[in-house]
Design a protein around this ligand. Structure first.
Ligand SMILES: [Zn+2]
Ligand SMILES: [Zn+2]
Length: 128
């Protein structure tokens, strides 16, 4: 039973992993994996987040998740476009500089899991 769950979780993770710049809701993942039920996806997601493989992307409605490389993404922040949902990595050195400035100004330490919000270049062009 345990092994079975692990296999399902690995398949759920592989959907995220093969689409690293896309974000998905639990419903969308369940839709892509017809033999894995929505309840299983709901159980797997918090576990994958805890293990550092998924980021929860701020979203107005249903919770949306995106792949996070546990090795690559531990040292930086991410920025998400509020219009199209695209998420980008912020360079490690820039992240460290932001963190330091915010720390100096507020005494707070930003968590590496922080996601900033903004408009991506494409959406900014559309808005003009
Ligand atoms: Zn990253
Ligand atoms: Zn955008």
């Amino acid at each position: 039973m345990k092994e079975y769950n692990t296999k399902q979780r690995a398949r759920i993770l592989s959907v995220f992993e093969s689409n690293p710049s896309k974000s998905f809701t639990a419903h969308e993942i369940a839709g892509l994996l017809p033999d894995i039920g929505l309840a299983t996806v709901y159980r797997a997601i918090p576990r994958l987040m805890r293990d550092g493989y998924l980021l929860k992307v701020p979203s107005g409605q249903e919770a949306v998740f995106q792949y996070r490389d546990p090795g690559l993404c531990s040292g930086h922040f991410h920025i998400k476009c509020v219009r199209c949902g695209r998420m980008m990595h912020i360079d490690d050195r820039i992240s460290a500089a932001i963190s330091e400035q915010i720390g100096k100004a507020s005494g707070f330490r930003l968590l590496n899991s922080s996601i900033l919000e903004g408009l991506c270049p494409d959406c900014m062009e559309d808005a003009q």
